[in-house]
Design a protein around this ligand. Structure first.
Ligand code: 13P
Length: 250
């Protein structure tokens, strides 16, 4: 019912030449797969070239961020409209690195969600607690706030193009991953919040994917959980072999 989504967030990595090499390898490696949706989000500078390379194949293209206005005097920013124009189908929004390093608040993230959906693209809303918040037992409050604020004003119809990514901040790039059981507990909690905030059909249909040190050796356990519908992969998506093994979870 919920098609698994394995998405690679390349962050600030890969020149156009390196990106081309990686995508060429990946395309061949996963060409036979149709039971998993595969997405990669290279840096902005590689999007146009990679969009050409991905024509007609089973990997879709995403961007790592967008600005909420469609066009205008916003020096240095890129809109969802321009991302669509270059061939993107998805935008990653509210990643913890943007929340923390660039001080992006929930209401700004909500505007990006709306702009992305208005452009007809899929929006991946990232949420996650810090280690301090988890230790202080604020985790569920923080996640509820981030989820509800990110989705404010969206209709059930718009929710069909929303994916939630649970990325505990303490697990990102640290090699520490939430255990499968810990992740499942949170995913199930988030589905409950979606049910209360939107409705039950939406809660059941929305994909909730996990991110934070996802590797070939932990993906199988994560994907065996009822409420984990895929993964948002950072470091391991930069190596074709590792990313392929994650896509071929068992
Ligand atoms: P890592 O897989 O490198 O921990 O990164 C996770 C992430 O932030 C994906 O968006």
């Amino acid at each position: 019912m919920r098609k698994p989504l394995i998405a690679g967030n390349w962050k600030l990595n890969k020149t156009v030449t390196e990106a081309t090499e990686l995508v060429s390898k990946l395309k061949n490696a996963v060409a036979d797969i149709d039971t998993v949706e595969i997405m990669i989000a290279p840096p902005f500078t590689a999007l146009s070239r990679i969009a050409d390379l991905l024509q007609g194949c089973n990997i879709t293209l995403g961007a790592q961020n967008c600005y909420p206005e469609a066009c205008g005097a916003f020096t240095g920013e890129i809109s969802a409209e321009l991302l669509k124009d270059v061939g993107c189908q998805t935008v990653i929004i509210g990643h913890s690195e943007r929340r923390q390093l660039f001080n992006e608040p929930d209401n700004f993230i909500n505007r990006k969600m709306k702009a992305t959906l208005k452009a007809g693209l899929t929006a991946i809303l990232c949420i996650g607690e810090t280690l301090q918040e988890r230790e202080d037992e604020l985790m569920f409050d923080v996640l509820t706030t981030q989820l509800q604020a990110g989705l404010t004003g969206l209709t059930a119809e718009q929710m069909q193009k929303v994916v939630i990514a649970y990325e505990p901040v303490w697990a990102i790039g640290t090699g520490k991953t939430a255990s499968s059981d810990e992740a499942q507990e949170v995913h199930s909690f988030l589905r409950g919040i979606l049910q209360g905030t939107v409705d039950q059909p939406t809660a059941l249909a929305t994909r909730i994917i996990y991110g934070g040190s996802v590797k070939p050796d932990n993906i199988d356990g994560l994907m065996a959980q009822n409420d984990i519908d895929g993964a948002l992969v950072g470091g391991a998506s930069l190596k074709a072999g590792e990313f392929e093994r994650i896509i071929r979870f068992q």
